[in-house]
Design a binder for this molecule. Structure first.
Ligand SMILES: Cc1cc2nc3c(=O)[nH]c(=O)nc-3n(C[C@H](O)[C@H](O)[C@H](O)COP(=O)(O)O)c2cc1C
Length: 249
């Protein structure tokens, strides 16, 4: 089964090299509109998007993420969990605002941001643009908060670099569906090990032959390697979330 949208979705790859061509203001408005029309938990629209156009801020974000290539993207968005705007609305109505500080609401903002980010990625791809979602802004969250003057009940969740692609990476093979799609209950298949071994072979082949950044690694080794990062990295996250006013105990 296929159509243009399915083809687009199944051709997704993150793009990290861009031409010099910036996005037009029309393209930026179009992408933000696509994000805005995504589903949003309880229709609370509890996120904001900050366009980063100041080269000095982009450079600082390059330092924070270690991804200096973001500075060369056609545009950079920061997607921010935002209960602050709704706090102002609630305060103006003299309402009890306790719930806005809850973990539930923090998660709702997280969902809203993630869905909005994917809408921008897909809308961008439909326009011939390429992008990369960036969780690496969380490496130094407090710095991002200070840099962007984020008020109480906001929290930076994802960066998003987008632009005209100057690379066409090979598609990363995904898990076989029996390892991630079950019926009625969580149910890894009895031949899990064999299916994983086959997928490891497939990913090893991908990493060994893709058109850049060749590596000798499998999916399983990649998962284990991810665990070897410095445990101190992002250890302060929960503290920073609390400092922003969220009650995440
Ligand atoms: C929440 C999230 C955070 C991500 N953070 C980063 C990041 O900080 N740096 C980066 O280069 N890619 C980042 N990515 C992109 C993933 O590495 C990429 O989607 C994954 O390797 C699959 O590759 P593909 O998108 O090309 O299919 C992120 C993706 C998601 C969904």
């Amino acid at each position: 089964m296929t159509n243009d949208i399915l083809t687009l979705l199944n051709q997704h790859r993150s793009i990290r090299q861009y031409t010099d061509q910036p996005l037009t203001s029309g393209e930026i408005t179009t992408l933000v509109s696509a994000a805005q029309h995504a589903a949003t938990s309880t229709f609370a629209q509890q996120y904001s998007i900050i366009s980063i156009t100041d080269p000095a801020i982009k450079q600082e974000l390059g330092n924070i993420t270690g991804h200096h290539w973001l500075e060369k993207s056609g545009h950079y968005f920061m997607l921010v969990a935002d209960q602050h705007r709704n706090l102002k609305i609630a305060e103006a109505a003299n309402a009890d605002t306790t719930i806005l500080r809850s973990f539930d609401k923090f998660m709702a903002s997280t969902f809203d941001v993630a869905i909005a980010a994917e809408a921008i990625v897909t809308a961008g791809e439909s326009l011939g643009l390429g992008s990369t979602i960036m969780g690496s802004i969380l490496n130094h969250t407090q710095q991002v908060i200070d840099l962007l003057h984020l008020p109480e009940l906001t929290f930076p969740l994802l960066g998003l670099a987008i632009g005209h692609p100057a690379e066409q990476p090979d598609l990363k093979p995904r898990l076989p569906q029996p390892l991630m799609h079950f019926s009625n209950q969580y149910d890894l298949p009895a031949d899990f090990d064999d299916q994983l071994a086959a997928y490891d072979e497939k990913t090893a082949d991908y990493y060994a032959h893709r058109n850049s950044h060749l590596k000798k690694i499998t999916f399983s080794k990649h998962i284990v390697q991810e665990l070897q990062r410095d445990p101190k990295l992002r250890a302060e996250l929960i503290q920073v979330i609390k400092q922003q006013g969220f009650n995440v105990n």
